[in-house]
Design a protein around this ligand. Structure first.
Ligand code: FAD
Length: 323
C-alpha cells in the first residue's frame, strides 16, 4: 500500500531553510515505489515559496499563508498543521531538527499516535526496512533506530547532515491553500528582538568560526568575525566565552547550546570540554587554534595550530582573502 510522507517545510525571512531541502532528500530515501511526497508550508507571505518546493517533484503542497503566522507560535502553528494532518492523513511526518521542528514534532506524534525518532543524521534503506542514525550520549555514540509496527512515523533531521537533492524542475505540483484556523491562543508574540546580528544561521552555516575564553573580550571576537566573513561563515562561541560576557548566548555551541555540523569548524581559544564537543564534534573538518599544545580540543581536531589566536586568525584571514 502506498504511503504519504508529509514534509513540514520551514521558512525564515521569506526563504525556505536549507534543512527543508535536506528533509526532502531524506523523504526520497525513505519512499518506496508509489509513495507520495507532500509538503506543508506555513507562515506569512510565503505562498510564493510553493514554486520553489514544486521544483522538487512533490505530489502535493499545502500552504497556510496568514499574517497571524508571521512568527512561530506553537499553538497557532500546531492548529494550522492539524488541518493538514486531517486532510492529508500522512503515514510519516518529516521535519527539520530546528527550534520549530523540535517543538512541533512531539505534538504531531501525540496527535497521530505516532512513534518519533529525533535528531537524525543519516537514513538508510535495507531489505529489512528503513533505519535512522542519531547521536546519543552527547555525541559520544550513535544508535540506529527503526520503527516497529504500523503506526505513523514522525522524524526530525539535524541540519547539514542529509544531502539535499537537486531541484529537477518538475514544477507541476498540485497546491491546496488552507485557511489559517483561529485558535484561542494562550500566548501571543508581541515583539521579536533579534539579539544576534549574524547574516547566516549558525546551525546551517557551512563554516563556523568559534571563539572561547581565549578570545579574552568582546572586541577579541572582531578578528573571528572577519575570518567568518571572508569564508562566508558564521561566528559561534563556547559557553566559557558567553559566561564571560564576550558574546551573546545565542552563539553558544554545545550540550546546552546549539548543535552545529558545518563542513569546517574553526575553534579559536577553546579548550575542548566535553560539553562543547557535544555541539560540534560532528563537524566534517575541525581546525583548532590554541596556545596550549595539551588542550583537549586537539584530540578531536583534524588540523591543529599551536599558537596565539590573535596572530594566527588574522594570518588565515589574509591568506583566504587572496584565494
Ligand atoms: P577554557 O576552558 O577556559 O579554555 C580557554 C582556552 O583558550 C584554553 O585552552 C587556553 O589555552 C586557550 N587560550 C587562551 N588564550 C589563547 C590565545 N591567545 N590563543 C589561543 N588560545 C588561547 N560549554 C560549552 O562550550 N557549551 C555548552 O553547551 C556547555 N554546556 C555545559 C553544560 C553543563 C551542565 C556544564 C557543567 C558545563 C557546560 N559547558 C559548556 C562548560 C564547559 O564545561 C567548559 O567550561 C567551557 O566549554 C569552557 O569554555 P572555553 O573552552 O572557552 O574556556
Amino acid at each position: 500500500m502506498s504511503k504519504i510522507l508529509l514534509i513540514v517545510a520551514e521558512a525564515k525571512a521569506g526563504k525556505l531553510r536549507q534543512v527543508t531541502f535536506e528533509t526532502i532528500g531524506a523523504a526520497r530515501t525513505i519512499a518506496d515505489e508509489g509513495d507520495r511526497l507532500q509538503a506543508v508550508v506555513i507562515g506569512s507571505g510565503i505562498s510564493g515559496l510553493t514554486n520553489e518546493l514544486a521544483a522538487y517533484g512533490l505530489d502535493h503542497i499545502y500552504v497556510i499563508d496568514d499574517a497571524s503566522l508571521e512568527h512561530y507560535n506553537p499553538e497557532a502553528y500546531y492548529a494550522a498543521i492539524s488541518e493538514v494532518l486531517r486532510t492529508a492523513r500522512p503515514n510519516a511526518v518529516l521535519l527539520g531538527h530546528t527550534a520549530m521542528g523540535k517543538d512541533l514534532a512531539p505534538q504531531i506524534a501525540t496527535a497521530l499516535g505516532a512513534g518519533q525518532v529525533s535528531d537524525v543524521i543519516a537514513v538508510s534503506k535495507e531489505a529489512s526496512g528503513v533505519s535512522f542514525t542519531r547521536p546519543i550520549y552527547a555525541g559520544k555514540a550513535f544508535e540506529k533506530r527503526a520503527f516497529a509496527g504500523s503506526s505513523p512515523w514522525v522524524v526530525t533531521f539535524r541540519p547539514n547532515n542529509i544531502a539535499a537533492p537537486a531541484a529537477d524542475g518538475a514544477g507541476t505540483t498540485a497546491t491546496t491553500a488552507l485557511e489559517a484556523p483561529a485558535p484561542s491562543l494562550r500566548s501571543v508574540i508581541k515583539e521579536v528582538v533579534k539579539k544576534t546580528s549574524g547574516k547566516i544561521d549558525l546551525t546551517e552555516a557551512k563554516v563556523v568560526v568559534s571563539g572561547g575564553r581565549g578570545v579574552k573580550s568582546a572586541d577579541g571576537f572582531a578578528p573571528l568575525e572577519e575570518l567568518a566573513n571572508v569564508l562566508g561563515g558564521a561566528v559561534g562561541a563556547s559557553r566559557g566565552a558567553c559566561d564571560a560576557g564576550y558574546c551573546d548566548y545565542g552563539l553558544q555551541i554545545g550540550q546546552t547550546g546549539k548543535v552545529v555540523t558545518p563542513e569546517i569548524y574553526i575553534a579559536c581559544g577553546i579548550s575542548g570540554a566535553i560539553q562543547h564537543l557535544a555541539g560540534m564534534s560532528g563537524s566534517r573538518v575541525i581546525i583548532a587554534i590554541n596556545k596550549d599544545p595539551e588542550a583537549p580540543i586537539f584530540k578531536v581536531a583534524d588540523y591543529g595550530i599551536v599558537g596565539d589566536l590573535f596572530e594566527v586568525v588574522p594570518l588565515l584571514t589574509q591568506e583566504f582573502k587572496q584565494l
